[in-house]
Design a protein around this ligand. Structure first.
Ligand SMILES: NC(=O)c1ccc[n+]([C@@H]2O[C@H](COP(=O)([O-])OP(=O)(O)OC[C@H]3O[C@@H](n4cnc5c(N)ncnc54)[C@H](OP(=O)(O)O)[C@@H]3O)[C@@H](O)[C@H]2O)c1
Length: 130
C-alpha cells in the first residue's frame, strides 16, 4: 500500500528507543525523511546509523529535553533547516516514574505534566504554519 509518505518529513519525539524508534523505523521504510530526538546523543547516533542503513528516507537527529520549551523550539527549527519542513509530527515521550498516588509530590506531578502534556502542546504550536 502506498501511504504517500515518500519525501515527506516527520519529526518523531522521544525516538531513541521504544515506540518512538519503532514509529521512526516504519516511516523511514516508507521513504519518509525523519528527525529523531531524545536527551541522549550517543543513543541517537546509533539509531541514526541503523535507520540510514535501511536506504530509504534520510535520518537526522537533534538532542533535546522535551520538558524544556527552548529545546522543543530548537528541535523544530533544526528539522526545518535540515529537511525544509515538518509535515508530520509524532508526539511521544517516556512515561513518568511509576508508583502509588501517595508516593508523588507536587514536583513529580509538575514534571509529569511538562513531559506528557505540555511538551505535546508546545510541539504542536511550533509546527503549525504562521
Ligand atoms: N511500550 C508500551 O507498550 C506502551 C503502552 C502504552 C503506553 N505507552 C506510553 O508510550 C510512551 C513511550 O513508551 P516506550 O515504551 O516507548 O518508552 P521507552 O522505551 O522508555 O522510551 C522512552 C523514550 O522517551 C525518551 N525520553 C524520555 N524522557 C525524555 C525527555 N525529557 N526529553 C526527550 N526524550 C525523552 C527516551 O529517550 P532518552 O532516554 O534517550 O532521552 C526514549 O527514547 C510512554 O509515555 C509510555 O507510557 C507505552
Amino acid at each position: 500500500m502506498d501511504l504517500n509518505l515518500v519525501g515527506k518529513t516527520a519529526l518523531v519525539m522521544a525516538s531513541s528507543q521504544g515506540l518512538g524508534k519503532a514509529v521512526a523505523t516504519e516511516l523511514v521504510r516508507e521513504g519518509t525523511n525523519v528527525m529523531i530526538s531524545s536527551r541522549n546523543t550517543k543513543k541517537l547516533k546509533k539509531v541514526q546509523e541503523e535507520l540510514n542503513a535501511i536506504g530509504k528516507g534520510q535520518v537526522s537527529f537533534y538532542t533535546a529535553d522535551i520538558t524544556k520549551k527552548e529545546d522543543i523550539q530548537q528541535l523544530v527549527k533544526e528539522t526545518q533547516k535540515v529537511f525544509g519542513s515538518v509535515d508530520i509530527l509524532i508526539n511521544n515521550a517516556g512515561g513518568p516514574p511509576s508508583g502509588s498516588f501517595e508516593d508523588f509530590s507536587d514536583e513529580d506531578w509538575e514534571n509529569a505534566f511538562q513531559l506528557n502534556l505540555l511538551s505535546y502542546i508546545r510541539a504542536v504550536r511550533e509546527v503549525l504554519p504562521d
